[in-house]
Design a protein around this ligand. Structure first.
Ligand SMILES: Cc1cc2nc3c(=O)[nH]c(=O)nc-3n(C[C@H](O)[C@H](O)[C@H](O)COP(=O)(O)OP(=O)(O)OC[C@H]3O[C@@H](n4cnc5c(N)ncnc54)[C@H](O)[C@@H]3O)c2cc1C
Length: 383
């Protein structure tokens, strides 16, 4: 089989890239070991960051990119992504005065938001510091003053994946689910192509080996994929590029009372703890530990439960109500001395031998712009 491009890894990043390329008229194949979206993408906390969280670090580019992506998603997939109000209590967050935050909110409303609206037409309600009398949710009153901003909420993860898959197939994209890539090899340098070998389950129900030729391959990376990538035959530089990973977790709780807002709290060690809505109640995210430290898992979850219950006593955060533990992996830069991971904030692209593009994205939010940038990079390599 011959393709213009083969995308390896069908999480939100790979699916976005495959769709972007197919839409541009390329013949594209997407290979996914499990079902599409079954990896880390299934376990996101489901917040589509509108960019506000990047402002304190003065990452204006990332803030604008996120705001644009959010507004595009609200427009394109209104059944799957809805606006959500998010709150941060100010009293215990180390803010003596609220006026610098009010100024920051105005700055955001007038610049980032305006830029995003220009490109996307999304609906943002803006950001502001709010007091008790302006709060509609009684559960939040005891926490005021709060800072309020608007993000997106992914209500239907598999619905979004299904929509993207259908769109991809409508542009003649080929999806191979339950097919595991075992190697990627460059052909003769003079020839324009690479070979992707994979085991496919759809050969009369048997596991069989297949081989594809492609002019370009994208590895849209998840953790297991980075392990598999070590088996890549001829791309030895790849080994040095393998990212470090940490385990990340959301705890999902059953509750009679469902919430329709997000609430962030600051822990003593500076970590943000976030409560978000879920159909069965609410979810608490996110705790981390370094990959490989499996012995730390129970300890970290226990600690996370205790910290959550202490910070937000108005929610019933207890072991008895714990419905589910959602586990995923995130690529990291470093592990800081305060016990926190430092994440890669922005999507990274690494080009290997002008034929393979290795993409790592740490946010669900920006998959549309990741697809766009990957597409431009791919076209440049092929021209
Ligand atoms: C607990 C948690 C909470 C998060 N919360 C948020 C949030 O609120 N907002 C946000 O924007 N982001 C959030 N994120 C980050 C976001 O979920 C991820 O950045 C994103 O889902 C990564 O998508 P991906 O496609 O790169 O990886 P994945 O979804 O992991 O996709 C990689 C795919 O590759 C496949 N694969 C692996 N090896 C092979 C092989 N050899 N052959 C074929 N296929 C293979 C895997 O099966 C997998 O489906 C969170 C992450 C975690 C873990």
């Amino acid at each position: 089989m011959k393709f213009d491009a083969v995308v390896i890894g069908g999480g939100i990043t790979g699916l976005g890239i495959a769709l972007g390329w197919a839409r541009a008229g390329q013949k594209v194949q997407l290979i996914e070991e499990r079902k599409l979206g079954a990896g880390t993408s299934a376990n996101s906390h489901r917040i589509i960051h509108g960019g506000f969280r990047f402002l304190p670090k003065l990452k204006l580019g990332l803030a604008t990119e996120s705001a644009v992506c959010l507004s595009q998603l609200l427009n394109l997939y209104p059944e799957q992504v809805i606006p959500i109000n998010c709150f941060l209590p100010l009293r215990d967050s180390g803010f003596k005065f609220t006026w610098p935050l009010s100024v920051g909110c105005q700055l955001y409303n007038h610049t980032v938001r305006r830029l995003a609206l220009l490109k996307g037409k999304g609906v943002f309600s803006g950001a502001q510091v709010v007091g008790k009398d302006q709060l509609r949710e009684p559960i939040l009153e005891s926490l005021s003053p709060l800072m309020r901003w608007s993000d997106g909420y992914l209500v239907d993860h598999f619905g979004l994946i299904r929509r993207l898959k259908e769109e991809f197939q409508s542009f003649s994209g080929v999806v191979d689910e339950e097919s595991r890539v075992i190697s990627v090899r460059q052909m003769d340098r003079k020839q324009d192509g690479i070979v992707v070998r994979y085991e496919s389950a759809d050969l009369n129900g048997e596991i069989g080996e297949r081989e594809n030729l492609a002019r370009l391959a994208f590895i849209a990376i998840g953790r297991s994929l980075s392990q598999a990538s070590l088996e890549l035959i001829d791309f030895s530089p790849f080994k040095e590029l393998a990212p470090r990973w940490c385990q990340a977790v959301n705890l999902v709780f059953r509750s009679e009372k469902s919430i329709d807002f997000g609430l962030a709290g600051k822990l003593a060690d500076g970590r943000l703890l976030f409560v978000g809505p879920r159909p069965e109640g609410f979810a608490l995210g996110t705790a981390y530990w370094a990959e490989g430290e499996t012995s730390k898992q129970d300890f970290e979850i226990e600690r996370f439960l205790e910290q959550g219950a202490e910070l937000f006593p108005q929610f019933d955060i207890s072991q008895a109500n714990l419905a589910r533990v959602e586990l995923g992996q995130l690529p990291i830069k470093d592990w800081l001395s305060e016990g926190q991971p430092a994440f890669l904030d922005e999507t990274t692209f690494q080009v290997i031998d002008n034929a393979l593009i290795h993409v790592i994205a740490t946010k669900y939010t920006t998959f549309l712009s990741t697809a766009d940038r990957a597409g431009k990079l791919g076209r440049r390599l092929l021209s």
